[in-house]
Design a binder for this molecule. Sequence first.
Ligand code: TTP
Length: 393
Amino acid sequence: MQAVVLAAGEGTRIRPLSASLPKPMLPVADRPLAAHAADAAVDAGADELVVVVGYEADAVRDYFGEEYAGIPVRYAVQESQSGTADAVRAARDLLDGPFAVLNGDNLYDPESVEALFEAGPAVGAMQVSAPSNYGVLSTDGDTVTDIVEKPADPPTDLANTGAYLFPEAARDWLDVPESERGEREITDVLARTIEEYDVSAVELDRWLDVGRPWELLEANEWKLGELDRDLRGTVHEDADIRGDVVVEEGATVDAGVVIEGPALVRSGASVGPNAYVRGATLVDEDAKVGHSVEVKNSVLGRGTHVAHLSYVGDSVLGRDVNFGAGTNVANLRHDDQPVKLTVKGERVSTGRRKFGVVAGDGAKTGINASLNVGTKLSPGAGVPPGETVTRDR
Ligand code: TTP
């Protein structure tokens, strides 16, 4: 069966991280976000991936190539990102038989995807505490009877997770009209499928929709948490590596370093001497955590350097970020309230007591910069030495 992976969106809510990489290509443990959905599809028995690309398409194509995990990959181009039904419609001519659809920016547990693929026409469902933020499914037993998009008064707490198994006939139902929010939505294709077929609601064991920067941190917490200890890189005999830590071949951990898992130090990266890395942390390829630097529960993107005397907690730093000596991040409000972040111009609670900062690719700080909780640095932004950053810049 073919699995369609939707990876055309820009990820406007996860800016500035998506400025030059599409959201599905942001790092989650040792691979891009969308690779986790693709892996789940392959494990569940997909025999071809159809990846829908649009925004920054080349980054997606370069990663998946023409064959991925032993199965062929084909691409459909969605010219303008006008909705998820439109994205699948872009792939219509490549589809042959029943087909699965997965959001390329969601994490699904692989066993649940397998159950979905075996269920016949089906949609992945998850009980959530705030169903009004999602498409909400009504069911009779396991059979879906209705789907309503973001209802003010949700009939159930079962959210649509963006994972579907469609019958072949659904190929002809992809030309849906624009919804109230001006998009052509795949939920309308599902609504038609429900009219014509018995569609099962398959409850997923675990699911995460990665829309905003702190959800990328949560995605890394999930996938780094699945690591098994593996120290192939060069680890100094005076380093203290505790728990499930992976140091990839080509990575270096110097003397006096303590790493507490889960943590992943990728190839080309270096840690230390005398650094403290606490989980869940990703130190991506060619990144550097230098002398007397503490990093806790953070993502350091490819080529990012935090080289001297710094603290970085609960933060997401993009690629090629450089924090000058003595740069410190605050990750806790004095009033203990959840940290807020600005998402598309609105202050939004992260729901997290601890959250630090988000730095776009190439952002730089001078020595002794202080970055306050919930601030964002744009790609290439520069913070002069000694400044305290309390607003996004
Ligand atoms: P969304 O998260 O709704 O959209 P997005 O990824 O563009 O992010 P944002 O809202 O922050 O701008 O998309 C859900 C999934 O569908 C995701 O995997 C991207 C994909 N998608 C497309 O492939 N084409 C589209 O036109 C849209 C809207 C989404």
